[in-house]
Ligand binder design. Structure first.
Ligand SMILES: *Cc1c(COP(=O)(O)O)cnc(C)c1O
Length: 498
């Protein structure tokens, strides 16, 4: 049976050109044209479709997508949770949606108040005294934190600090942001328990180190139990402690960053505080800053004077003497702020700590049930995501990628594969708190069924040829990334018509 979603759907421009139209236009009155001789002489070349054809086109395209609205999305490191519709309703309120940043300030006080309210929540939840709201994503927040760190070192005359230390297991954006900020990057190994090797870190700390960037919980899904020792060592060496907060979902409401001695951390609002982000955006990466880094925060930011709110737009004013300047047009990703605020306020403080509790519980449920068949990277509890290595497939003739691709035919999005890089054949599952026990069981049963099939070693070609039931099968992802085709060229029929 051919699935309807496997229909090969052409681009809308590739439908045959015809005189069909969903609307009837009267012929223009009169013969004269007022176009000064630039009248189109070729046919326009657009397909004209009836309403049912248009509806089918877009509905079919939407069905080719796997999304959080159609099924569990266990992509580790990405926090693909349900996005409550309430957030969408709030962001579409006229007072939020129909405003413009160039409006007189007194007409957008409500929007400023929303930004301020969200800042207050982020400050409360992290325990750090300041937050830069404008960074547009996690990676942009990393850059923001590092630019503040660089400005602080320069302010203190410590210009010789040129190196940022990043653990081997770090997300690729960490070294990339440090390098973009002009630092050279050195990696620190992890120990056999998947955590930062404290001795190696201590040995490398010194006068040339500007900052240490650590993800906590880390990309192996483990809490950095030495976080306090790390921050003490980093501070004793005169460097700053950057914490990558993309995994905040695992600890929100449970501990503050002040307790961990953190100087800067970005929060991926689109992950922890729910905004649809599967297609690469928009996101928001507000960055919380310690007292020593706060003076360097980027503009703009909201301040209160008498009863009114104002936006400090330029560096060098009274309130922004040491600011690193502007990182983003206007005031940041306002729509994402409203969604995050709606999510935070509808859950409340108690609901937010239940989020982290349930996220960790769900990941451990997967860990325990899957560990009989897959090989956990670490023995013992994990945080919000569970990491397996590829050794359960040793000798089966099936590789991690083949196993993951076979999950597509079982109706699931595969987990993150081959990341973190330090774990061979890694499979990283992050179920998030919004999955029910029933949906977790469905995923687990599907994975166990495939694991048993792989263990039998009878059908490695079944895995090699997977998936078979998908709009696109195996893609050359390297080619797609290196040589993307970004321009559509008209098909021959249209060319002939011109
Ligand atoms: C997602 C993620 C980032 C980058 O965040 P973006 O919002 O995608 O720029 C950085 N670090 C970790 C650990 C992440 O999971």
């Amino acid at each position: 049976m051919k699935n309807n979603f496997l229909h090969e759907e052409p681009l809308i421009f590739e439908y045959p050109v015809s005189d069909n139209s969903a609307v009837d236009f009267d012929s223009p009155l009169g013969e004269s044209e007022n176009l000064g001789g630039i009248k189109r002489s070729n046919p326009i070349g657009l397909s004209s479709l009836s309403e049912p054809e248009v509806v089918r086109h877009y509905t079919r395209l939407s069905r080719q997508n796997y999304s959080i609205d159609t099924g569990l999305y266990p992509l580790g490191s990405c926090t693909m949770k349900h996005n409550p519709r309430l957030n969408e309703k709030m962001v579409r309120l006229k007072g939020f949606m129909d405003i413009h940043p160039f409006q007189p300030e007194k007409t957008i006080q409500g929007a400023y108040k929303a930004i301020n309210l969200l800042s207050d929540w982020l400050i409360d939840l992290t325990g750090l005294p300041a937050v830069a709201m404008s960074p547009a994503a996690g990676a942009h927040g990393e850059l923001c934190g590092l630019m503040c760190i660089r400005a602080a070192h320069e302010h203190n005359g410590e210009n010789e600090r040129k190196v940022v230390l990043v653990p081997e297991s770090a997300h690729g954006t960490n070294p990339a942001s440090a390098s973009l900020c002009g630092y050279s990057v050195e990696s620190i190994p992890c120990n056999s328990k998947g955590r930062v090797d404290l001795d190696a870190l201590n040995n490398r700390l010194g006068d040339d180190i500007a900052a240490v960037m650590i993800t906590n919980p880390n990309t192996c899904g483990l809490f950095e139990t030495d976080a306090l020792r790390i921050s003490d060592a980093v501070h004793n060496a005169g460097a700053y402690f950057y914490m990558d907060g993309a995994n905040f979902n695992a600890i929100v409401g449970r501990l503050t960053l002040k307790q961990l001695g953190v100087d800067a951390m970005h929060i991926n609002l689109h992950k922890t505080f729910s905004t649809p982000h599967g297609g690469g955006g928009p996101g928001a990466g507000p960055t919380v800053l310690s007292e020593s880094l706060a003076p360097f925060a980027p503009v703009p930011f909201v301040v209160k004077k008498n009863k009114n709110l104002f936006m400090v737009e330029h560096s060098g004013s009274n309130q922004s003497e040491f600011s690193i300047g502007r990182m983003k047009g206007f005031h940041g990703q306002f729509g994402v702020f409203v969604r995050a605020l709606s999510y935070i306020m509808s859950l409340g403080a108690d609901g937010l700590s239940q989020v982290s509790g349930d996220a960790v519980l769900n990941a451990n449920y997967l860990r325990v049930r899957l560990s009989k068949y897959l090989t956990p990277f670490h023995n013992g509890t994990c945080m919000h995501e569970v990491l397996f290595d590829g050794s359960f497939l040793d000798g089966t003739g099936t590789r991690t990628i083949d196993f993951a691709k076979a999950m597509i035919d079982s109706g699931f999005h595969p987990p993150t594969m081959y990341f973190p890089l330090v774990v061979e054949g890694a499979l990283l599952f992050e179920p998030t708190e919004t999955e029910s026990r029933q949906s977790l069981d469905e995923l687990i049963d599907a994975v166990i069924k495939l694991a048993k099939k792989a263990m039998k070693k009878e059908t490695p070609e079944f895995f090699e040829n997977s998936p078979v039931n998908a709009p696109r099968l195996r893609l050359d992802e390297t080619l797609a990334a290196r040589k993307p085709i970004l321009r559509w060229t008209p098909n021959p029929v249209l060319k002939a018509a011109e």
